[in-house]
Design a protein around this ligand. Structure first.
Ligand code: 16C
Length: 247
């Protein structure tokens, strides 16, 4: 029928019960809540975010930070996209079926554990950045409806005995990412592709996990983060174009 495999797999409006009985639940719940709250905080004030990329409605900020001599600059991006909902954005970001279509840094992706309809554990390897060693990551990913019109995906590094770190060619990196999206439309109207706007906040902190030249790393992320956010949002707009709206 026309509805739909896709409808069924959209991020659920409430937390899946299978997640709340999993051993990672309290960590997933705490980190997701913190990340979502921080994502919508402004970039003014004391913290000192520096703008490094701007294009249309997209703005990207970073803070220069080093831990044990390794660059761990936190990134915060704001964007605004018309015609797609927060739930749709998060659906395409969370669901591994689409990942190779928009994620250009990936070499491999493995689903390590399916916790629930709204939580997965992934192992990913990334393209190598010369002259550093190749990196991999192991992280849980959780999608949730957080408040009216707001959905978010949080990804955070974890461990798994079947995927030990630093045993092969790859150095394990550590990541905390949050894509938080909020949809609005004019009061008194029904939401349609023509009147909805989704505000996006994307926050990312990557610890490279081992030596990588600071200059190369900063040059790579300054190029790759804007490329990612433009490509991903355009991808979602394309995917949704002729589909019924999912609020
Ligand atoms: O959030 C994004 N993607 C999600 C789904 O994959 C997930 C991924 C998180 C991993 C982010 C770390 C990526 C490290 C890539 C290193 C290789 C880059 C290759 C460049 C091509 C030549 O949450 C979207 C992620 C967008 C990533 C932009 C690139 C950020 C680089 C940060 C510096 C990494 C240090 C690597 C040390 C050598």
């Amino acid at each position: 029928s026309v509805h739909t495999r896709d409808q069924v797999e959209l991020p659920p409006p409430a937390i899946d019960n299978r997640l709340t009985v999993h051993s990672l639940w309290s960590e997933i719940d705490r980190i997701s809540s913190e990340q979502i709250q921080a994502a919508f905080e402004g970039v003014g004030g004391e913290i000192g975010w520096q703008l490094f990329a701007e294009e249309g409605d997209m703005r990207m900020y970073r803070r220069e930070m080093e831990v044990d001599g390794m660059v761990t600059d936190p990134l915060k991006a704001m964007h605004k996209v018309r015609g797609v909902t927060a739930r749709e954005m998060c659906h395409y970001f969370f669901n591994p079926r689409y990942r190779y279509e928009w994620e250009t840094t990936l070499e491999t992706m493995t689903i390590v554990e399916e916790i629930s309809s709204d939580a997965l554990v992934f192992h990913q390897t990334f393209k190598r950045i010369w002259p550093a060693s190749q990196r991999d990551a192991l992280f849980w990913s959780h999608v949730r409806h957080s408040s009216a019109g707001t959905y978010a995906v949080t990804n955070h590094s974890t461990t798994n005995a079947d995927y030990p770190s630093n045993t092969g060619a790859c150095i394990r990196l550590f990541v905390t990412v949050c894509l938080a999206c909020r949809t609005t439309y004019p009061a008194g109207e029904q939401p349609t592709r023509n009147n909805i706007t989704t505000d996006i906040a994307y926050c990312s902190t990557v610890n490279p996990g081992g030596w990588a030249p600071a200059g190369v790393l900063r040059a790579v992320y300054k190029r790759e983060y804007p490329k990612f956010l433009k490509r991903f949002t355009n991808y979602v707009v394309e995917q949704c174009r002729d589909k019924p709206i999912a609020i």
